[in-house]
Ligand binder design. Structure first.
Ligand code: OAD
Length: 251
């Protein structure tokens, strides 16, 4: 099916949808100037080694390096603005009886565009917790940190004096159980799923679209390239183009 035929079919499905799940990855924030992870030239993992920055062992080895890197990323997010795709997701939620929004992103651009109750599977840059006792850290978090900053001492936990870490999921760590459970339940229940700007490389989050399809949902990817199995349906192109068009057509 070409993209225009798929677009028309998807509008039709949305008109009668009982439960829509919007599942997002880094690509939805690309047009806001936030780098994706796996773009071969600009992706974060093309420029940085996740083993040095995004594992518990990396933080144990050099907490100031890891804290500086996440503080830089928080700074970028704070300076970015939600784009037309984030805004379209918020509008979709107003037009349908039940919409569940699930993201792998650690930014808050969906919320700043007006979406409520976003399920964050990989944590968020706006909060932090103790590396030692896991209690939330309630103090201020650094912003205004440049990419060139490679050392920033993390604050200390008020309870146990442990070092404070970003509240994100690192490689080798499990996802937050409640969020994962909510996401899997929604995937099994929905009748339409839009999977937007994700390469589907990181499990268990990548199970969510296939789970929805296995349970009979109309699954459509929106991505600048065709992804998934050959039988998967993809609206090929920029999320900031497709999503506003989709909302305009069916709202
Ligand atoms: P990736 O960087 O793996 O994939 C981004 C996807 O977005 C790719 O498939 C791109 O083709 C697509 N894309 C880029 N720009 C787009 C645009 N303007 N419109 C539509 N699609 C676009 O990012 P994720 O799939 O989100 O985990 O990565 C999953 C996880 O891997 C992240 O949450 C992160 C990372 O390691 C953790 O940090 C735990």
């Amino acid at each position: 099916m070409n993209s225009e035929a798929l677009f028309a079919q998807t509008v039709k499905r949305l008109r009668t949808a009982r439960h829509l799940v919007v599942f997002t990855g880094a690509g939805i924030s690309a047009q806001s100037g936030i780098s994706t992870f796996r773009d071969p030239s600009t992706g974060l993992w093309a420029r940085y080694d996740p083993k040095e920055l995004a594992t518990p062992a990396a933080f144990a080895k050099d907490p100031a390096l890891v804290w500086a890197w996440y503080s830089w990323r928080r700074t970028l997010v704070n300076e970015a603005q939600p784009n037309a795709a984030h805004l379209a997701v918020a509008r979709l939620a107003q037009c349908l009886p039940l919409v569940t929004i699930i993201t792998q992103n650690v930014d808050d651009l969906l919320e700043r565009a007006g979406s409520k109750e976003v399920i964050h599977l990989h944590g968020d840059l706006a909060s932090a917790r103790c590396f030692q006792c896991n209690r939330p850290y309630l103090g201020p978090l650094p912003v205004g940190v440049g990419e060139d900053c490679d050392s920033l001492e993390p604050p200390r936990c008020a309870h146990c004096n442990g070092q404070v870490r970003p509240n994100v999921v690192w490689f080798g760590e499990g996802m937050p159980e409640q969020e994962l459970d909510q996401a899997f339940t929604a995937a099994r229940d929905c009748d339409v799923m839009l999977s937007i700007g994700t390469s589907g490389n990181v499990y268990p989050a990548a199970r969510i679209p296939t789970l929805a399809a296995e349970h009979g949902a109309w699954l459509v990817h929106i991505n600048i390239e065709s992804i998934g199995a050959a039988s998967d349906k993809t609206l090929v192109g920029d999320a900031t183009q497709w999503l506003p068009r989709l909302v305009d057509a069916f709202a």
